[in-house]
Design a protein. Structure first.
Length: 288
C-alpha cells in the first residue's frame, strides 16, 4: 500500500524506523527486530539507506522483511554519494521487489565535500524528479522543524521544502525534535505557505545519556529545560533514564495529537521494547 493512502484520511498513525546492519551476518537478527516490532501494528515501517560501508541491498532485504511481516515498508534512498547509475540500480531493485514507497533524501554534506561531477545529485528535489520518472512510486521527503542547517532563514527553508512538494513529494517526515512548540510553529507556517501534504512528526525516544549527546550533535535541535532536568536527574541510572525517555516521548506524542498532529514517526533505534512501551502508552489514543 502507498503511504499516501495510509495518510489520506488524517487518522491517527504511528510508524517506526529501523536501520539495517553493517555486516551481512547480522541480517537475521535485524529481521527478528522487524518481526517483533511489527507485532505492535505500526502504520508503516521505514528502513534507512544502509549504514556506513554497507550495500544498498541490505536496505532492500530489510524492506522485504517488513513487507513479509504484514507492514507497509518505506525505503530510504540517499543520493549524496551515489551516482545516477547507482540510483537507477537501487530504484530498479525496489521496483522489482514491489516496494512502492521511497523517502528521497540528499544526505548531510561532510565538511570539505565537493560534488565530483554531474553524475551526482546535489539536491533532494533532483532525486524526487528522477524517482518519479522511473515508476509509480509514493515519494516522501524530509523536513526540519528548526530550519535546515544550510538554510539562511525559515522563509528560505520553507520555500525549498515547498519546491520538493511541488516536484512530487506526497508526504513529509520531520527531523527529530524535543520541543513541540518548535514543530507546531513550523507546521503552521507550512500550511500558510501552501504546503498541504501530510507532515509526519519525527520523535526520538532518548533512553541513555550517550544517545542524548549524540542526538543533539547530529540534529542540532534545541532541548527544553525540562528535558535537561530529566537528563541531569536520571542520566547516570540507565534503567531510570530509559523509563524517563519513554515517558517523555509518549507525552510529546500525546501533546502533539492534542494539538491536531495525527501522524507520528518514531525513531526506534531498533529497540522493540521501547517501541512497544510507547505504543502501550498510546493504546486507547491510537484506537480512539
Amino acid at each position: 500500500m502507498k503511504i499516501s493512502e495510509i495518510l489520506k484520511d488524517n487518522k491517527v498513525t504511528v510508524s517506526f524506523e529501523v536501520f539495517p546492519p553493517k555486516q551481512w551476518d547480522k541480517i537475521e537478527s535485524t529481521k527478528a527486530v522487524v518481526r517483533e516490532m511489527s507485532g505492535a501494528s505500526p502504520a508503516f515501517m521505514s528502513v534507512t539507506y544502509g549504514a556506513a560501508g554497507t550495500r544498498s541491498g541490505f536496505t532492500t532485504e530489510i524492506a522485504n522483511e517488513i513487507k513479509n511481516s504484514g507492514v507497509t515498508p518505506l525505503s530510504h534512498l540517499t543520493c549524496l554519494t551515489s551516482t545516477r547509475d547507482k540510483i537507477h540500480e537501487v530504484v530498479g531493485e525496489l521496483r522489482d521487489n514491489n516496494i512502492e514507497n521511497i523517502l528521497a533524501l540528499r544526505g548531510d554534506i561532510p565538511e570539505g565535500f565537493v560534488f565530483p561531477d554531474k553524475q551526482y545529485f546535489e539536491y533532494a528535489y533532483q532525486l524526487i524528479n528522477e524517482i518519479k520518472a522511473m515508476g509509480d512510486f509514493c515519494i516522501g521527503a524530509a523536513c526540519y522543524p528548526e530550519i535546515h542547517p544550510e538554510s539562511k532563514s525559515r522563509i528560505e527553508d520553507i520555500e525549498h521544502l515547498k519546491y520538493k512538494v511541488d516536484c512530487g513529494a506526497s508526504f513529509l517526515t520531520s527531523q527529530m525534535f524535543f520541543d513541540n512548540e518548535k514543530f507546531l510553529n513550523f507546521y503552521e507556517m507550512c500550511r500558510i505557505k501552501g504546503i498541504d501534504v501530510p507532515i509526519i512528526a519525527g520523535i526520538m525516544p532518548i533512553t541513555n545519556a550517550v544517545q542524548i549527546k549524540r542526538s543533539i550533535e547530529l540534529s542540532n535541535c534545541s532541548v527544553p529545560k525540562k528535558f535537561f532536568r530529566i537528563m541531569e536527574r536520571f542520566g547516570d541510572n540507565p534503567e531510570s533514564m530509559k523509563q524517563a525517555g519513554i515517558v517523555y516521548a509518549t507525552e510529546q506524542i500525546i501533546d502533539l495529537m492534542a494539538n491536531g498532529v495525527n501522524n507520528i514517526h518514531i525513531y526506534t533505534m531498533n529497540k522493540p521494547d521501547v517501541a512497544s512501551a510507547i505504543m502501550n502508552g498510546l493504546s486507547h489514543i491510537i484506537n480512539e
